[in-house]
Design a protein around this ligand. Structure first.
Ligand SMILES: Cc1cc2nc3c(=O)[nH]c(=O)nc-3n(C[C@H](O)[C@H](O)[C@H](O)COP(=O)(O)OP(=O)(O)OC[C@H]3O[C@@H](n4cnc5c(N)ncnc54)[C@H](O)[C@@H]3O)c2cc1C
Length: 450
């Protein structure tokens, strides 16, 4: 089977970037196994995008479903790399032609104040678990951690996700205050804007007694990463982006009535009775990307809850080498894991942040390169034509690989493919996935999921 083997690719993570890679491979006749840690494969769409994005979330779920149920794709839910599946074993012993990491960025960056970690859950929360709770807390079957969303919380952030955290806190507090006054509101009513909800009802929002949460950001408000200038931007384009950022934060404050301070940096903790009850802050002097503390400007800020929302990075996985906060991918164009020539990365696990479009485009670009340059399946694969890579295509792939000094990916014999199928089936059965993708999703979707 040297010239006519079949490719079999493992993908870790089934959300936007994983499902896009799976579909592309399957459309070229390549077999795919998608290992997903959760029962449902929607990643940041389900647990990151706050639930007021109801229609967008449903649309993305449908897109992911349509991709993952393509023929040739095996979905293996409830299998976590690093816990149920060993990274080195997957790469070196399972026998896949390639492994694509599409497991996103789920570790919150540390708050960066020494000693803060011991107060997680005791006055300090990170964005990822906070939004997961918010998105699922109303489900009857939710059994995860329960959090409060008290008034006057302090949010450390500055990016788009931190604005979502602030919105959640404000929506929760205003809904409570309105209810105390006998006025029912839904999340979707309030998300359109708190003053817009109050005005036709003759309510002055200030009379509701909500003091509002406070968002602090270490640079200037026009530096907030809410919008990005184009590459190689002119001074005019940079000025325009800064203006857009200021407008975005102003609009968000008008709608959700939160407080905001720029040029503030957390330098210490206030701890009382074993709980974090606030932060020591300093003002900063901003020059370019640098934000330095201004001596003498130190002050204390008490808060019933501190939420840190300063970015997400990939989770550390036993056996996966890291360079700083990221896995060691060697090349920006084709992110190849430094420790293995057949392990690649797509989406947030490489980019760290971004959005749905960025993850989708990144996955498409990387997977297309893999298919065309390292598998030699090329354009026009589809149905059966790509299942067995032609000798010419494989020769062309090999030529590209030799030119670039790397090995082509191995194609497998029928018995190797059958052995992988068998191993995958037994994993699926172990978690109760015994039928098809649609029946599984129907079985594990909470009836009251928004
Ligand atoms: C608060 C917030 C708001 C956002 N709002 C928007 C928005 O309005 N518009 C927009 O376009 N984008 C938004 N985004 C960004 C967008 O959701 C993401 O950039 C995109 O969905 C990431 O897709 P991904 O496939 O790369 O990663 P993910 O969605 O993170 O997918 C990774 C998958 O891998 C799985 N996984 C993780 N670890 C393992 C493991 N060890 N083993 C097995 N499986 C694993 C996860 O369960 C998940 O299914 C938002 C993000 C956040 C956090």
């Amino acid at each position: 089977m040297a010239e006519h083997g079949q490719y079999y690719v493992a993908i870790v993570g089934g959300a936007v970037s994983g499902s896009v890679a799976a579909e592309l491979l399957a459309d070229h006749g390549i077999r795919v196994a998608v290992f997903e840690q959760n029962k449902r494969p929607y990643g940041k769409i389900e647990d990151g995008l706050p639930r007021w994005h109801a229609e967008q979330r449903r649309q993305e779920y449908r897109r992911i479903d349509a991709r993952l149920k393509k023929p040739g794709i095996q979905f293996i839910p409830s299998v976590k790399l690093g816990q149920d599946l060993d990274f080195r074993d997957l790469c070196d012993h399972w026998g896949f032609s390639a492994v694509i990491l599409a497991n996103g960025a789920w570790r919150d960056r540390d708050l960066g104040v020494p000693g803060a970690e011991q107060y997680v859950g005791k006055g300090l929360l990170y964005q990822n678990p906070f939004i997961h709770w918010y998105n699922h807390k109303s489900e009857k079957g939710y059994s995860g951690p329960q959090y409060d969303a008290p008034d006057e919380a302090l949010v450390v952030g500055g990016g788009l996700a931190s604005i979502d955290v602030v919105k959640i806190l404000q929506l929760e507090n205003y809904a409570r205050a309105l209810q105390a006054r006998g006025v029912e509101s839904t999340l979707h009513d309030l998300e359109k804007g708190i003053p817009a909800f109050c005005k036709p009802r003759g309510i002055d929002p200030a009379s509701l007694g909500v003091k509002g949460c406070l968002l602090i950001y270490r640079r200037r408000e026009q530096d907030m990463p809410l919008a990005q200038p184009p590459e190689n931007a002119t001074p005019e384009q940079i000025a325009k982006t800064e203006h857009v950022r200021q407008k975005m934060i102003r609009l968000a404050r008008d709608r959700y009535l939160f407080r905001f301070q720029d040029r503030r940096m957390a330098t210490g903790l206030i701890v009382e009775g074993g709980r974090l009850t606030g932060l020591k802050l300093t003002e900063t002097k901003v020059e370019g990307r640098k934000a330095d503390p201004i001596p003498g400007s130190e002050h204390e800020l008490r808060a019933p809850l501190v939420v840190s929302s300063i970015g997400s990075v990939p989770e550390a996985i036993p056996g996966v080498a890291m360079k700083g906060e990221y896995y060691t991918f060697t090349d920006d164009n084709l992110p190849r894991y430094a420790g293995s020539d057949h392990v690649f990365g797509v989406g947030n696990v490489v980019t760290g942040q971004g959005n749905i479009r960025v993850s989708l485009d990144h996955s498409q670009k990387v997977t297309t390169q893999l298919i065309e340059n390292y598998m030699g399946v090329g354009e026009g694969g589809g149905d059966f034509s790509g299942l067995y890579a032609s000798a010419e295509a494989r020769a062309a792939a090999r030529a590209t690989a030799v030119e670039e000094g790397v090995k082509t990916l191995p194609a497998l014999s029928p018995s190797q493919v059958a052995a992988l199928d068998q191993r995958i089936r037994s994993l699926q059965q172990r978690v109760g996935y015994t039928s098809d993708y649609d029946s599984w999703i129907a079985k594990v979707t909470p009836p009251d999921l928004e």
